[in-house]
Design a protein around this ligand. Structure first.
Ligand SMILES: [Zn+2]
Length: 365
């Protein structure tokens, strides 16, 4: 009897202690709250749309070799089926044996994946390097690579390439010309990442609009030999202008999200330039009316891309941002920013072009 009557009391006391501890842990002093820990939950009772499948079958122009096994490739294909992703471009940025192994990995799904290669910068300090690099490009093409990417230059040269980075070599370097021309000849588009968005060049201080991302991806302009954002855009423009028979895809809207007029000017001048919207949803969604107008205007030149892993939630987030008019929502798991997001509510005609029609044009060789 005694024990029985004591038991609920003891249980209640333990509960109280547990809830006190939990309370003190989850309620930090607001004066000590850090921006990186700020995870607001939207309070608005406004429509929330869960979009699990792209409205029109999509080609993802910007993904990477994420799966570690055949089973993970199978899993990815299932996720793509459910999300309405017809095809994924794997930007392997590699050459040689590494490229061959990536192509072999996806060979069971030839109509669902395309693997693109890199450039081989091995021995680029020696004369005659370009010839060897062109020969390797042709070998990659024969093995099955149908495009080049992701080239990547954040100011110090083409450093994404595996196994050998092209430090100090920018896309408009004269030595790149034979490679770029060969790409045109073989109808291999070049997917290239230049610079970073403007936040990453500003000081990561209390005035930085995108502080958390900016501190993570900060570009250090004091590094020896580094060139800045606008100079990098110029290297891209030079290469696009000087190689009109080669198709270029500027990754992440050429990292001009804070001033899309820069990309608009390039689109106006160069018909061989496209851009993917990969991994810039967080940057586009805070200014939905401006971005809606931009994408509608240039809907012949933009392609869908992700660059954020193979999870289904990631795809859903991109569809929600492109297709819906949802307001003031957060995706803390996907994006490093602390700001709320808004759907772009693109028109069906534009969604069709963005998801697949422009891509089909690029891939029809
Ligand atoms: Zn990428």
């Amino acid at each position: 009897m005694k024990i029985k009557s004591l038991y609920p009391l003891t249980f209640f006391a333990v509960l109280q202690v547990v809830s006190l501890v939990a309370f003190s842990q989850s309620e930090p002093d607001v004066n000590n709250l850090k921006l990186k820990d700020y995870r607001p939950v939207s309070i608005y009772k406004v429509p929330q749309t869960n979009v699990e499948k792209a409205k029109f079958a999509a080609i993802d122009f910007h993904s990477h070799d994420y799966p570690k096994s055949d089973a993970e490739v199978d899993e990815w294909v299932k996720t793509m089926d459910n999300a309405g992703i017809a095809k994924t471009i794997i930007l392997s940025y590699s050459t040689g044996k590494r490229l061959d192994s990536v192509i072999d990995k996806y060979s069971r799904y030839k109509n669902r994946f395309e693997v693109w290669c890199g450039f081989d910068y091995t021995d680029n300090d020696k004369p005659g390097w370009e010839k060897k690099a062109v020969a390797e490009l042709e070998r990659c093409y024969k093995k099955g690579a149908r495009g080049v990417g992701e080239l990547g230059d954040k100011g110090l040269g083409e450093f994404y390439s595996t196994p050998t980075p092209g430090w100090g070599i920018h896309i408009d370097d004269a030595r790149m010309k034979p490679l770029i021309e060969k790409c045109g000849e073989l109808h291999m588009p070049i997917s290239i990442h230049v610079a970073e968005d403007a936040w990453m060049y500003q000081k990561p201080d209390s005035t930085n609009d995108g502080l958390m991302n900016s501190s993570k991806w900060q570009v250090d302009l004091t590094k020896k030999g580094i060139i800045g954002h606008d100079e990098l855009i110029t290297t891209l423009e030079n290469a696009v202008r000087n190689n009109p028979k080669t198709t270029f895809i500027a990754c992440h809207l050429a990292n001009t999200c804070s001033d899309l007029s820069v990309l608009g000017r390039l689109f106006d001048k160069y018909p061989n330039l496209y851009a993917d919207i990969a991994a810039r949803y967080g940057e586009l969604a805070p200014i939905p009316r401006y971005v809606h107008a931009f994408i509608e205007k240039y809907n012949n030149r933009l392609v869908y891309g992700t660059d954020m892993g193979p999870d289904k939630e990631m795809y859903h987030t991109t569809f929600r941002i492109l297709e819906t008019a949802d307001e003031h929502f957060y995706e803390h798991n996907q994006f490093g920013y602390h700001w709320p997001l808004y759907g772009l509510s693109l028109t069906d005609a534009t969604l069709k072009k963005l998801y697949s029609e422009n891509g089909k044009k690029i891939l029809s060789r």
